[in-house]
Design a protein around this ligand. Structure first.
Ligand SMILES: Cc1cc2nc3c(=O)[nH]c(=O)nc-3n(C[C@H](O)[C@H](O)[C@H](O)COP(=O)(O)O)c2cc1C
Length: 363
């Protein structure tokens, strides 16, 4: 079994990441695994979860229990979706299509990246509930064309990522000589000329952003717009006041500004600033079911799952990705039982303490 189906031996997402990384060539592995500069923010994304502890309750009946949440009018069966991530064909020839199929089979939402190595129609054909992630391109007309195509192919929301006016300092990519593998290409921002590694992005993506850009995006789409990459509560407040439907609290997996605050650490203040004016999602370092629930307790409606999905790909495409998604789903269910908080929507700050901090009376 493990020869052809190595993912089956992986008991958790960390094991999937390790096995997937071992199965990849150094360049693409560096691209998936790497963070910016000293990778402090990337490591901190994990550490941020370990700074919290859950205070479980006993004698609580756990049937029925419910992991579902409502996000922008759709009931998500689990409180997570697939993060937008570039170039999934680096990991497997089926790339984005494999991931979207695995998501579709489970009713999970798939976020298609502007830097995808698959087209809108291919993702639409999987039937997955789908969102489109936009990087603003220097060429406004091309940005608008992407938005229109996303709408026409049934993408239900737009994630505008604003933390990437230039790519972060990805030293692993340079050290391990990452370049686009043969047969992998940017399908949505394809253009003549440079197709070398991440440089195509720096060529295509708008090199500076202002609030006017958000106003423009809001003015040209019917899709609800979530702004991804926000880490300051004032930025979150302004975005929802302008009409954004939500915020994705994220430091981009530690791949942009190293030393930036972890998404989980930024989350409580942002959730408070947004209030009921928008939906708040977070990502960065989510690897366990308990991570998902801690994020919910700190104000996220749901989270985005990142790298483990990418590292499942080289282990066997769609079924391996499905295994990763099922592992997280089962962990969430077990944690709902063991915590005595069997409804994902009921998780609150009061169910947590800081590691090292004693619960107060009545906690
Ligand atoms: C290889 C890779 C490519 C990514 N590409 C994109 C992208 O195209 N657009 C985007 O908004 N975020 C992108 N991200 C960031 C993810 O959406 C998400 O914020 C991050 O992966 C969360 O961190 P984690 O995977 O360590 O949990 C990418 C992340 C990785 C690892």
């Amino acid at each position: 079994m493990t020869e052809q189906e190595p993912w089956k031996a992986c008991l958790n997402l960390a094991e999937i990441e390790a096995a997937g990384a071992a199965a990849m060539a150094p360049g693409p592995r560096a691209y998936y695994a790497g963070g910016a500069a000293d990778e402090v923010s990337m490591r901190d994304n994990r550490a941020s979860f370990e700074r919290w502890r859950i205070v479980p309750r006993m004698f609580v009946p756990n049937t029925p229990r419910d992991a579902s949440v409502e996000v922008l009018g759709r009931r998500w069966p689990q409180p997570f979706a697939i993060a937008p991530m570039a170039l999934q064909r680096n990991g497997h020839p089926d790339g984005e299509v494999a991931v979207a199929r695995a998501a579709a089979a489970r009713g999970l939402t798939y976020c298609l990246s502007t830097c995808a190595s698959a087209g809108f129609d291919e993702i639409a054909a999987t039937g997955a509930p789908r969102w489109f992630q936009l990087y603003l391109l220097s060429d406004r007309a091309r940005s608008q064309a992407l938005i229109e195509e996303a709408e026409a192919t049934g993408h239900e929301a737009l994630i505008l990522t604003i933390d990437t006016p230039v790519t972060g300092l990805r030293e692993r990519d340079i050290r391990d000589g990452y370049g686009l593998p043969k047969g992998v290409e940017y399908c949505l921002i394809r253009r003549e000329g440079s197709q070398r590694g991440t440089s195509v992005l720096d060529d295509a993506i708008q090199p500076t952003y202002s609030w006017d850009d958000l106003a423009w995006v809001l003015s040209v789409t019917r899709m609800p717009v979530l702004v991804k990459g926000i880490l300051h509560p004032e930025d979150a407040r302004r975005a929802v006041e302008m009409g954004a439907a939500g915020i994705v609290v994220s430091n981009h997996g530690g791949r942009q500004l190293d030393m930036a605050i972890a998404g989980l650490d930024a989350l409580p203040a942002i959730a408070e600033a947004v209030g009921d004016r928008g939906v708040v999602l977070m990502d960065g370092g989510v690897r366990r079911g308990t991570d998902v629930l801690i994020a919910l307790a700190l104000g996220a409606r749901a989270v985005l799952l990142g790298r483990p999905v990418l590292f499942a790909l080289p282990l066997g495409g769609e079924p391996a990705v499905g295994h990763a998604l099922d592992l997280l789903t089962k962990e969430i269910d077990r944690a709902l039982v063991l915590s005595g908080i069997p409804d994902a929507r009921e998780w609150r700050r009061e169910h947590l303490v800081r590691a090292g901090e004693l619960p107060g009376r009545g906690a």
